[in-house]
Design a protein around this ligand. Structure first.
Ligand code: SF4
Ligand code: FES
Length: 245
């Protein structure tokens, strides 16, 4: 069987304040993803290695790490694509708890801040039935609803790297998902968040968030579309203070 070197960043703050790297040489075949390699290490070589995962199928969003310098879902990249060896570290721009496990509280707070739920001024009575939506209306936001909250886009974002108050790509894509929903009436409430100093205007449109996104959410597009919409709303608000499009 072929072997591969997997070099992993280790960090154990209780015993050593400085991260270090450890290399494991393990057998592998063409079917094994990077996460399988980590699982092999944990099961057969070093049970102390710490990392997160759950579904192993690109759905739960918990296995994000830095693989040879790039944010990746480790269940979605194959060891055979790194024949020279693979270097695995925790995702950049997040505090590290231990080894490859990161702290995601700030990320989750930002998702919550954009009010990712249906907001309506007045609910219609239940007996009047569902809020119907056409396939065309669904397509307007469907792409932005595919986010699995993996955080890869924050690990790739140079703006978030420089300023942790930036609300960030996934949160803005999530706000856009709701803003584009035909059943939704909370756009003004979200505009207060995404249009703030920490919101869309901080984005310098590097676009790496969309490059690394494993679900093709395209947060960069959501940010630019939101800039256009808020600018339009602002101008219309100046021209017709009593209403906008
Ligand atoms: S937008 Fe993409 S990269 Fe960012 S958290 Fe969602 S799925 Fe992950
Ligand atoms: S283990 Fe769930 S997305 Fe990778």
């Amino acid at each position: 069987m072929k072997t591969i070197d997997i070099t992993v960043t280790r960090y154990d703050p209780e015993n050593s304040p400085v991260p270090y790297e450890q290399t494991y040489t393990i057998p592998y075949d063409d079917e094994m993803v990077v996460l399988d390699g980590l699982n092999y290490i944990k099961d057969h070589v070093d049970g102390s290695l710490s990392y997160r995962w759950s579904c192993r199928m690109g759905v739960c969003g918990s296995c994000g790490m830095t693989v040879n310098g790039v944010p990746k879902l480790t269940c979605a990249v194959f060891l055979k694509d790194y024949p020279q060896g693979v270097r695995v570290g925790p995702m950049d721009h997040f505090p590290v708890v231990r080894d490859l496990v990161i702290e995601m509280d700030d990320f989750m707070d930002k998702l919550r801040a954009v009010k990712p739920w249906m907001i309506r001024e007045q609910e219609k009575p239940v007996e009047e039935g569902e809020y119907l939506q056409s396939p065309e209306e669904l397509q307007l936001f469907r792409q932005f609803s595919m986010c699995i909250n993996c955080g890869l886009c924050y690990a790739a974002c140079p703006v978030y790297a420089a300023d942790k108050s930036f609300i960030g790509p996934a949160a803005i894509a999530l706000a856009h998902r709701y803003d584009m929903d035909s059943r939704e009436e909370g756009q003004d409430q979200r505009a207060e968040v995404i249009g703030s100093h920490e919101g869309i205007w901080e984005c310098s449109f590097v676009g790496e968030c969309s490059v690394v996104c494993p679900k093709h959410v395209d947060p960069a597009a959501a940010i630019q579309r939101s800039k256009v919409q808020l600018t339009k709303d602002h101008i219309l608000g100046l021209l017709w203070p009593w209403g906008k499009s």
